[in-house]
Each structure stands twice: as structure tokens, then as C-alpha cells.
Ligand binder design. Structure first.
Ligand SMILES: [Zn+2]
Length: 405
């Protein structure tokens, strides 16, 4: 009998996500490739085999009777690195002040920018590492992380360097995005700052980020400014992403389709035209339901309509000081309860499609032979229980790169 490092057996539901290696759309989002009474063999950090009548000797055998075994969650949109916290804003939020009003009162992003500019590398590293620990204990094994709390060349690069360092020292795999265009710093006009991003920052980002992102929104970066930045990013090999149509419909979804973005994120207010253009171009819609939840809004992104229109959908936390959540299980719950996604669609959105949204679907996002052994074991019998049994951490075991965390 062949011997492996870890052999998981008897899983009541083994979700492999086996399927085409491209974003899953429409009905495909319901197909989780579930093996009942499933087993997974892991060796040298990789998946060797999945099935339901496997026999392997192993250094460690795990009996997953009554449990769900699945790929680790992928969180494709986080603002992982920041300093300070903004719980003082809660009272303002409860009084009904909008994000833009809180911004004008000295809260919001500029508070975090000040704290992040002041923080030493050690402080940023320590605070961010703690967030990664919470993420991984809740089953996230790969995440994206954005710069964007520097808004000057020095701090933006400092954030990207810290993300690189965290990727080296922490078991989490981190994919970096340059988001110099997160807000317009008070010391510059919008057009001047766009010039600084293009001429000063982007040339230095090479090797430190895979994606370039823009906060395209009324009062922040216009469609034209966003296009300029994302086109310039492309020249440095950075794949476009976009924060689009969160507060008002500015045509961000259409820009994502036009420019060939890998994903457009938020999309609460996107027009039918924008949604259809995204579907046609295969732009992934990243849903961030934690944001309207923490802003106490009633409206969420139209995930149901997008899935039915053929937009591949992913879920992410949007972890940031305005939406402080590390837990992808909670995003699955919000996806089902507040966006009418089915449990199966939400699982696809939190694993395989999320991997596609950050370009890592060749190596993670499903449990297929040769892929990274990023596997989680949940103390519930099936995927429907993930939204059903909410408000607790269902993840009992995390295996990252073939090692039990
Ligand atoms: Zn964001």
C-alpha cells in the first residue's frame, strides 16, 4: 500500500470543486463535484488523489466521519495591511451618517492613512500578521491584499513590501495588488495625484504586485482617471481590477469589461448594461457583503441577477478598518441570507471562483491531483450547513501546503 503524509477518510461530504479550469458561471456555480464518504491523500504538500474507495497508508490518518472536507477558502479582496482601528465611528454610523459624511468629519480612510503613514514596519507587520492568523483559523488559505493606505509613493511601497514579507513568513499565500488610487490625498488635486501614481509610483511597483486597482466612485476617481491608471498599470504588467459602482453607478462595470479587468468588485449599483458587458467579457464580479452589512445598509449587490446573467461571482471579506472581518464563512452566510445565493453557489464563490479572481486557479481553489494541499475540515456534515449553522467557526482543521496548522 502506498504511503502518503496525510490521509483524510470517511468525509460525509468531500467537496473537490473538480471542473473546468476557468471561472464557473450560471448552473456551473452549483456543481461542487461532491464525493460522499470521500477520501483525500496528501503528499509533499500536494493532493495525490481524491475518491471514495481509496486505500493509503499515512503518517497521519484523519477520520472525517460526519464532517465536510473542502478546499481552503480564497479571500480575493482584502485591505490586510493597515494601522489603527476605527470603532469610534460606530456611534456616527448608528446615527445614520453616511460613509462620505464620516469622511468629512475626520474619520474614514484619512484617519487610517495617517495611522499607517506613522506606523513602523514592525507595527504594521505585527498587526497584519494577527489578522492573517485569524483568517487562517477560519479556513482561509490564500488571500489577496491591497496597498492603498499610504497615498504617497513611500508608504504605498512600504505596504507592498510588508505584504511580500508576510507572504514569506506566514503560511498564508498572499497575492498583492497596488491600490495607490484608493483615495485622493488632501495634499493633491485628483489630476495631480493621478499623474503621481502613473509617473512616480507605478514604475516602482514592478515585482511587488500582480494587480493594479482603482477606487472608481463619484467624488473619488472618475471613469477617465481610472482608465488612465489601469491602462498605465497594464504597461507595467499589472492586471486591472476595479472597485466599481459601490455607492453610485458611474459605469465602473462597463469600464472593467472595456479594459479587460480580471474582476470588478462591490457592484451594488451596477446597471444591467454593465452587468451584461461583464458577462460577455467574463469579468468576475467580486461580492463584498460585509461592507453593506457593517454600514447597516439594506441594499446588497444583485448577486442573483448577476449569476443568472452569466457573470462569474466570487465572495470576499473586504477586510479593512471600515469592515473588519476575517471570516469567509460569514461571507457565505451573508451571500445566502442577504443576496439569495444558494449554499452551493456561495461555496463556489468562496473557493474556485475566488481563486480565478486573483489568478491562482492553476494551483488552488479545488482539490485536484497535483494542486496544493490546502484543505479544510469543517465540523458539519455538508456544505448547506455552512450558512445554516452561522455565527460560529465551523473550521476544525486547516491543512496548508500539506501541513496541519
Ligand atoms: Zn476594497
Amino acid at each position: 500500500m502506498e504511503t502518503v503524509d496525510i490521509f483524510i477518510k470517511n468525509a460525509s461530504e468531500l467537496i473537490t470543486m473538480d471542473g473546468p479550469n476557468r471561472p464557473r458561471i450560471k448552473k456551473e456555480m452549483c456543481e461542487l463535484s461532491i464525493i460522499e464518504n470521500g477520501s483525500v491523500a496528501i503528499k509533499n504538500g500536494k493532493i495525490v488523489e481524491t475518491g471514495n474507495d481509496l486505500e493509503y497508508g499515512a503518517e497521519k490518518t484523519i477520520d472525517a466521519s460526519g464532517k465536510t472536507v473542502m478546499p481552503g477558502f480564497i479571500d480575493p479582496h482584502t485591505h490586510l495591511v493597515f494601522a489603527g482601528s476605527r470603532e469610534f465611528e460606530l456611534d456616527m454610523k448608528l446615527k445614520g451618517l453616511s460613509y462620505m459624511e464620516i469622511l468629512k468629519k475626520g474619520g474614514g480612510i484619512f484617519y487610517t492613512v495617517n495611522e499607517t503613514r506613522k506606523a513602523t514596519n514592525e507595527e504594521l507587520l505585527k498587526q497584519s500578521k494577527k489578522r492573517l492568523d485569524i483568517m487562517i483559523s477560519h479556513g482561509t488559505t490564500t488571500c489577496e491584499a491591497k496597498s492603498g493606505y499610504g497615498l504617497d509613493a513611500e508608504t504605498e511601497l512600504k505596504m507592498l513590501e510588508i505584504q511580500k514579507k508576510l507572504n514569506d513568513i506566514h503560511p498564508m499565500d498572499i497575492v498583492s495588488t497596488f491600490l495607490g488610487a484608493h483615495a485622493i490625498p488632501k495634499e493633491h488635486s485628483a489630476d495631480d495625484y493621478v499623474d503621481i501614481i502613473i509617473s512616480e509610483m507605478l514604475p516602482q511597483v514592478k515585482g511587488l504586485a500582480m494587480f493594479c486597482d482603482v477606487f472608481c466612485e463619484k467624488g473619488v476617481f472618475t471613469i477617465d482617471q481610472s482608465r488612465r491608471i489601469l491602462e498605465a498599470g497594464k504597461k507595467y504588467g499589472l492586471i486591472p481590477k476595479i472597485h466599481a459602482d459601490e455607492i453610485v453607478d458611474t459605469g465602473g462595470a462597463s469600464l472593467a469589461a472595456e479594459i479587460g479587468a480580471i474582476s470588478a468588485d462591490h457592484l451594488l449599483m451596477s446597471s444591467d448594461k454593465g452587468i451584461n458587458e461583464m458577462a460577455r467579457k467574463g469579468v468576475i464580479g467580486v461580492m463584498l457583503p460585509g461592507t453593506p452589512f457593517s454600514l447597516m445598509q439594506d441594499n446588497y449587490a444583485p448577486a442573483r441577477k448577476m449569476i443568472d446573467s452569466g457573470v462569474p461571482i466570487a465572495l470576499a471579506t473586504d477586510l479593512n478598518p471600515n469592515c473588519w472581518v476575517e471570516n469567509m464563512q460569514f461571507m457565505i452566510q451573508l451571500g445566502c441570507f442577504n443576496m439569495k445565493m444558494t449554499p452551493a453557489e456561495a461555496v463556489t464563490a468562496a473557493t474556485f471562483n475566488a481563486a480565478c479572481a486573483i489568478g491562482v486557479n492553476d494551483t488552488v481553489g479545488s482539490l485536484e491531483e497535483g494542486k496544493k494541499a490546502d484543505v479544510i475540515i469543517l465540523g458539519c456534515p455538508n456544505h448547506k450547513s455552512i450558512p445554516y449553522h452561522f455565527g460560529v467557526n465551523l473550521v476544525e482543521t486547516v491543512i496548508k501546503n500539506g501541513k496541519i496548522i
